[in-house]
Design a protein around this ligand. Structure first.
Ligand SMILES: C[S@@+](CC[C@H](N)C(=O)[O-])C[C@H]1O[C@@H](n2cnc3c(N)ncnc32)[C@H](O)[C@@H]1O
Length: 230
């Protein structure tokens, strides 16, 4: 069952963690966190966010609608909020992240949440310092829910083929149709992405969360789930 109290406790701890990181690092804190999550920097916020609205929506969706998921693999996890929240709900999670500074923060945040919220988190949440799809074989199998919530790093055609091959092995995928390895503001481009994933053997997309105006500092977007058809 999705636990909103647990969600609130995680949110407060992660927000405090981000405030402390900012106090220690100043503008060296990655702009994504500094400019979108901190109330001091994002005028749309009345308080610093630990969890983004899509983190909460994805976690609730996975807990309530994805009983088939044996593990959750988050690509471009950053400091790993989504993977932490789902692991607190009992699901084994892997946060794959390339940037060493983010992996270091993910490890320290994981330790903090284990100390202050749930000691058993350490058994379920695994930070992975690697580049996707290079590490895909080790982390994607037929019980995997593979998520790309906010990834816009550009890739070449060969890498794109490897990413689609890795997706094909998963039980389901969760992705932003606007920011999947490049910015896709054009709805036709977003639709073409969905068609391409359906052609791999996935069902029609189910909306996990959508917003069409500026939302807490995030651009318009649509996060969808697509289940692999067997
Ligand atoms: C915009 S941040 C989002 C972090 C987090 N998912 C969130 O929603 O707050 C995207 C992250 O993806 C990481 N990243 C980008 N491409 C990656 C790749 N191919 N493999 C692993 N990490 C990647 C970046 O280093 C960055 O930390």
């Amino acid at each position: 069952m999705y636990d909103t109290d647990l969600e609130s406790r995680a949110d407060r701890e992660i927000a405090a963690f981000l405030e402390e990181e900012h106090a220690a690092k100043g503008n060296a804190l990655y702009p994504w966190y500094r400019l979108k999550f901190l109330a001091a920097k994002n005028r749309a916020l009345s308080a610093t966010m630990g969890l983004a609205p899509y983190d909460r929506a994805i976690a609730r969706f996975v807990v309530e609608q994805c009983p088939f998921a044996m593990r959750f693999v988050e690509v471009g996890a950053g400091i790993g909020q989504e993977s932490m929240l789902l692991a607190l709900h009992g699901l084994p999670t892997f946060g794959i992240e390339w940037l060493a500074d983010h992996v270091d923060m993910m490890q320290r945040l994981r330790r903090r949440l284990a100390d202050r919220v749930d000691r058993t988190l350490l058994e379920r949440m695994t930070p992975v310092h690697d580049w996707f799809p290079r590490c895909a074989d080790a982390y994607v199998d037929e019980g995997t829910l593979l998520a790309f919530p906010t990834i816009s790093t550009r890739i070449d055609d060969q890498l794109e083929r490897e990413i689609f091959q890795a997706m094909q092995r998963a039980a389901g995928v969760i992705l932003s149709v606007r920011d999947f390895f490049r910015n896709r503001p054009d709805p036709a481009d977003q639709d073409a992405l969905v068609v391409r994933i359906r052609d791999l053997g996935f069902a029609a997309p189910v909306i996990v969360r959508a917003w069409d105006e500026i939302d807490m500092g995030f651009p318009p977007d649509r996060i969808v789930f697509m289940r692999r058809l067997r």
